[in-house]
Design a binder for this molecule. Structure first.
Ligand SMILES: Nc1ncnc2c1ncn2[C@@H]1O[C@H](COP(=O)(O)OP(=O)(O)OP(=O)(O)O)[C@@H](O)[C@H]1O
Ligand SMILES: CC(=O)N[C@H]1[C@@H]2OC[C@@H](O2)[C@@H](O)[C@@H]1O[C@H](C)C(=O)O
Length: 376
């Protein structure tokens, strides 16, 4: 057995996901244990502020980074304690860090950058484990988008000899991976399709409070506003060919409000946002299939928090009537743990000196070994 821990906290800022994974070159990665460490409200507010700050106070930045790393260490501790595993048995922790800004095309003509708040030195010190971190910037340096990175892991887990598959992450933003069968000469294609829970959560918080629209019940109570949907879909991002990735820098409440007439009922806006998520995913799948000249998709495997939203899934099923949906748990990977698993796997790739990116996905000049190593 060769044990790795993956740590991911996504754009929803809800918590740190920790996954203990057995990884060798002989078999697909096996999920052994999981732990979710909620981000306390104070830290969440601070991170949220940093994500939207026009000016950064370095002391505040350092505090956020240290608090975040301490919370990561607590997640690791809880995971190891539950399984009674000493830290010395962990080959490495893969730490994604907290994305505070993602601008792969630069802002206002400035240089391209992607910024993950992280203190891998402190995490190594606190846990006594080897830490691998800073996964995205090497891909960016090689001309790539630095995201999404999960498609290479999806390939390791889900690629089969005889079926075209789509793996769909429904996080704050949605990203898909189109996996050709092993017999195909094509490399996988993957990209962000647009907003998923980020706008649903924000609009729900504004009108109803609370972290999210449980089971999409509020969205289901509204009607899709076709004129508004059309205005949403005018956004150039939805029509941009891959490689492409996105985030809150584009899709935020300001973006939404700029498209409202002011006469909409709030629940209809929520329904329309959910429909936008479904339609932009369906458009993305069509775009990917055209590119790879793929036949019908044999199976779509949803993951991420949105996989728990029945309203979103039924909208997706209506937009993709010929594509069967299958629960990722049937493959040993429940929907909430794939992203953390991806960073455990990327840490393993780093130690093995194997590339972690897929140039066919990110658009980088070539395969690159991702991340830096912080010794225990
Ligand atoms: N039962 C549910 N009903 C509706 N939505 C849900 C449910 N459970 C989770 N979610 C949604 O999932 C979100 C969290 O998803 P997830 O943890 O995958 O996001 P993330 O990893 O932060 O995002 P990203 O992948 O973009 O970085 C919540 O904010 C919520 O919108
Ligand atoms: C820059 C960044 O943190 N991007 C995230 C985000 O969340 C979903 C989508 O946007 C994806 O591009 C990515 O995360 C996953 C783990 C990825 O890189 O595959």
């Amino acid at each position: 057995m060769s044990l790795f821990i993956g740590l991911m906290s996504g754009t929803s800022l809800d918590g740190i996901d920790a996954a203990l994974v057995d990884i060798t070159s002989e078999a697909p990665p096996r999920l052994l244990a999981t732990h979710g460490e909620p981000i306390p409200p104070q830290l969440r507010d601070l991170l949220w502020r940093l994500c939207h700050a026009e000016r950064i106070d370095f002391a505040e930045l350092a505090r956020a980074e240290a608090d975040f790393s301490r919370l990561q260490a607590r997640a690791v501790e809880a995971l190891l304690e539950a399984r009674d595993i000493p830290a010395t048995e962990i080959s490495a922790i893969g730490s994604h860090g907290q994305t505070v800004e993602h601008a792969p095309a630069g802002h206002y003509g400035g240089p391209a950058y992607t910024l993950q708040l992280d203190n891998p030195s402190l995490l190594a010190e606190l846990t006594g484990c080897c830490v691998v971190a800073d996964f995205r910037r090497r891909d960016l340096a090689a001309g790539g988008q630095a995201a999404p990175l999960a498609p290479a892991f999806h390939q390791a887990l889900f690629r089969v000899p005889d079926e075209w598959r789509v793996i769909l992450n429904l996080g704050g933003f949605a990203n898909l991976t189109l996996l050709p069968p092993e017999t195909s000469p094509h490399a996988p294609l993957g990209f962000d399709t647009g907003p998923a829970n980020a706008l649903l959560d924000a609009w729900h918080a504004r009108h109803r409070g609370g972290p999210f629209d449980a089971n999409g019940a509020w969205a289901a109570s509204g009607c899709v506003d076709e004129a508004l949907l059309e205005r949403f879909l005018e956004e150039a991002f939805f029509h941009q060919p891959p490689p492409r990735s996105t985030g809150r820098e584009l899709f935020n409440l300001d973006w939404l409000e700029a498209r409202l007439s002011g006469n909409e009922r709030p629940q209809d806006v929520q329904a329309t946002l959910a429909e936008l998520t479904a339609i932009s995913i369906a458009m993305g799948i069509e775009m990917a299939r055209e590119r790879l000249e793929a036949p019908a998709v044999g199976r779509l495997i949803p993951c991420g928090g949105g996989a728990h939203n029945p309203d979103l899934l039924s909208r997706l099923a209506r937009r993709l009537p010929d594509t069967p949906l299958e629960d990722s748990a049937n493959f040993g990977w429940p929907a909430d743990w794939l992203e953390a698993g991806a960073f455990a796997w990327l840490a393993w790739r780093r130690l093995e000196r194997l590339p972690g990116n897929l140039p066919s996905v990110t658009g980088a000049a070539g395969p690159r070994i991702l991340g830096g190593i912080y010794a225990p």
